[in-house]
Write a protein that binds this ligand. Structure first.
Ligand SMILES: NC(=O)c1ccc[n+]([C@@H]2O[C@H](COP(=O)([O-])OP(=O)(O)OC[C@H]3O[C@@H](n4cnc5c(N)ncnc54)[C@H](OP(=O)(O)O)[C@@H]3O)[C@@H](O)[C@H]2O)c1
Length: 345
């Protein structure tokens, strides 16, 4: 990786963007320059590492970027990611804007990197809950074939961004001080000392949340197998960082808990532990898997408990790993992706 690349980070002041900047530094990504973008509100702010935030607006200079890492919400990605592609950058997008587009690869760096070949200038990073589940399940899928998954998530508040973390802090402080907590603004119910049994939002007429739909769709796209049954309930819990998931997996071929433990213990990026917790997984790049045991109600079903840092492997680490893979494979290139005449994904 001798040639150095000029990199834009869009959404650089958010919880994911901040983690991306930190990882680019820590992993010594071969960057000639990193330019952080956010809204006009943040323009001029100096970040840790001495970079100054640029406003992403019509006056922004989009010329000369090799790579652009986006984590600024789907609306911003829809508007600005294709403009970066048109100016010659390869975009890695963390939002949900392009994940369903059949032309756009949806990539977990250590699961389906082959999908990067022939990318059209834009690559989608999966949803955080799907990402950590894929790292844990792809080896089992390769060994025994996944037939059906039944999943309940326990998703942390940082998964919703910095405003949600502020809401958790304000409500927790007020509750502990015995004072009236401010009314919820980000979530429909208080999140401090509570559990919300529907993480995400409901589209008109749908009885599943968008978070649940993402896990159902993205699992099949990443594993390249439309026949896998996926049933999901996404739940928000008052944890700051780190998503947990209870995963019931039914395989096509028999596989024992001992074989799965052996398989996962040998998988890079996975740590097998008895009972992983989000506090221990926070600020770690690996996915932690525990409670691997037989589901006694079915001859080919197992349980596992999967925990990962949603800001790291669930978002920023995977995006930076994709950037590294693109550089290593010579796939940083001007792409052909355009939105004109295309239905928004
Ligand atoms: N949080 C997670 O665990 C996670 C995981 C996977 C994917 N994602 C995705 O990553 C994206 C960011 O999430 P987050 O949790 O980091 O959110 P966040 O903490 O709320 O940060 C949002 C960032 O986007 C910037 N931004 C918003 N609108 C913009 C615009 N029009 N132009 C330029 N910048 C704009 C914000 O800038 P200001 O500070 O100036 O407002 C801020 O830097 C979302 O699409 C989310 O779905 C998040």
């Amino acid at each position: 990786m001798s040639e150095r690349r000029r990199v834009a980070v869009v959404g650089a002041t958010g919880v994911v963007g901040t983690t991306m900047l930190e990882l680019l530094r820590q992993r010594e990504f071969p960057a000639s320059e990193v330019v952080p973008f956010a809204t006009e509100r943040s323009a001029g702010r100096e970040l840790d590492g001495g970079l100054t935030v640029q406003a992403l607006n019509d006056a922004a200079d989009l010329e000369g970027f090799d790579l652009a890492l986006f984590s600024a919400g789907a609306g911003t990605s829809r508007e600005w990611a294709p403009r970066f592609v048109e100016h010659g950058a390869t975009v890695i997008d963390n939002s949900s804007a392009f994940r369903r587009d059949p032309e756009i690869p949806l990539v977990v760096a250590d699961v389906n990197p082959h999908a990067l070949e022939n990318h059209p200038g834009l690559i989608a990073n999966p949803n955080c809950s799907t990402m950590q589940m894929m790292v844990a399940l792809a080896p089992v899928h390769r060994a025994a074939g996944l037939e059906r998954l039944v999943v309940a998530t326990y998703q942390s508040v940082s998964g919703t961004g910095k405003k949600a973390l502020d809401e958790l802090d304000e409500q927790s402080r007020a509750d502990l001080a015995g004072s009236q907590a401010p009314a919820p603004r980000v979530y429909p119910e208080p999140i401090a000392f509570n559990v919300i049994g529907a993480a995400g939002s409901f589209a008109d007429g749908d009885d599943h949340t968008d978070e649940e739909r993402k896990m159902m769709f993205e699992t099949r796209k990443i594993l390249g197998d439309e026949s896998i049954g996926v049933a999901v309930t996404c739940v928000r819990v008052p944890v700051r960082v780190g998503h947990s998931e209870a995963v019931n997996l039914q395989t096509r071929e028999p596989i024992s808990p001992e074989e799965v433990i052996e398989l996962l213990a040998a998988t890079p990026g996975v740590v097998v532990e008895d009972v992983p917790t989000p506090l221990r997984a926070a600020r770690r790049d690996e996915v932690f898997v525990g409670r691997i045991r037989r589901d006694e109600s079915h001859p080919r079903a197992l349980w596992m408990w999967v925990v990962g840092d949603n800001l790291r492997k669930g978002a920023a680490t995977n995006a930076v790993q994709i950037a590294e893979a693109l550089v290593e494979r010579g796939l940083v290139k001007a792409g052909s992706y355009r939105t004109r005449g295309r239905r928004a994904a």
